[in-house]
Design a protein around this ligand. Sequence first.
Ligand code: SAH
Length: 339
Amino acid sequence: MMNSEHPGVMPPVIPGGKISLVGIGPGSNAHMTQRARDVISEADTIIGYVTYIKLVADLIVGKQVIRKSMTEELDRAIHAMEFAMQGKKVALISSGDAGVYGMAGPAFEVLFQAGWTPETGVEVEIVPGASALNSCASLVGAPLTHDFCSVSLSDLLTPWPVIARRLDAAAAADFVCALYNPKSGRRTGQIIEAQRLFLRHRSPDTPVAIVKSAYRPKQRIEFTTLQHMSECDIGMLTTVIIGNSNTFIRSGIMVTPRGYANKYGMEDGVTHAGEKAGRSLSTGLTGWLTNLHADHQAGMSSAALAQQHRLPPEYIEDTLARPLHDDAAVLLQENTGDE
Ligand code: SAH
C-alpha cells in the first residue's frame, strides 16, 4: 500500500520492475496487436477487470493474476505500482486503448502522487490498441472519415453539466460523435438527455449506429436515427455513433463524406471551376481571408460577417485588424486590382 501517513514517500525500488499499460483492442484475439500479446506474455503479474482478463486467458497461464471490479481503478493502479516497485513486470490491461477512458491516466496520477519520475522510477510502457470507436466504426462502414469526437456519458466522475456542455458543443459544431458509456443498469437517463441536446442542432433523421460488443461473441449492430436512438437496445458494452449533417447510410453501410464533392464532380471527377487539385479550397483559409477583406472593404460590417460565417464577432474583428498574409494579399490584389 502507499504510505498513508507519509503520502509521496516511496519505499526503495527494486530494479527490473515495469508497468505496461496494455490496450487489448475490442476483445477478439485477431484484433489485438503483437506488442500487446508480447507484453502480456513477458509480464509476471496481470491486473485488470475480470472480463478483459478472460479475453486474454490463453496468454496468462501460470502468472499471478489480480482480478478487479470496474470501480476499483485507482486500486488497480496502486497495486500495479507496488508490484513494479518490488521488481515485478506488471501488465495492466484495458479494453480498446489504455489511454482512452482507460487505465493510463489513473496509473500516472498514482505514480506522480507517489513521487515517481520517468528518470528515477519504474519503467512504464503504453501499448496502443484499437479503441471502441475504431472497432465499432469498422463494423458499420466509414462514419469517422471527417472530424469526430468522443464523449463519455458516464457521470460517475464527471459532473453532468460538463458532459451536457460538451454534447451541446459537439452537436453544434457538427462533429460525428462517438458516445462511450452510453447507458448502464443504473444510468438510463443520460442517453435521453444526449438525444435531446443533439436534436436541438441536428435533424431527427441523422443516421445513428449502435454497436454492442464489437468483435465479441454477442456482437450486435443496429442502424437507427437520432429521433429513435434512445428507444434502442443500449447497454454498458455499447458505443453509439451519431453521424454529422452529411452522413448517410446506404446498403447497410454508414458513410461520412470526406468532402471531395466540394472540389470535384463525383460523377466525372472533373475539378470544379476555381478549385485546384492539391491546393486549399477557394473557401479554405487563404480564399476565405481574401473574401472577408473584400466584403469588408465593400462595406459589410464585422457583425454581419460574423453572422454570415457563424463565427465570434471578436474573431472577425481581430482577423480584419491583422495584416493579410502574402498569399491572401496577392489574391485580394488580383481580385480587386482592376478597380
Ligand atoms: N478503453 C476503452 C474504453 C473503455 S470505456 C476503449 O478504448 O475502447 C467503456 C466503454 O467503451 C463502453 O461503455 C463502450 O461504450 C465502449 N466499448 C468498449 N468495448 C466495446 C466493444 N467491444 N463494443 C462496443 N463498445 C465498446
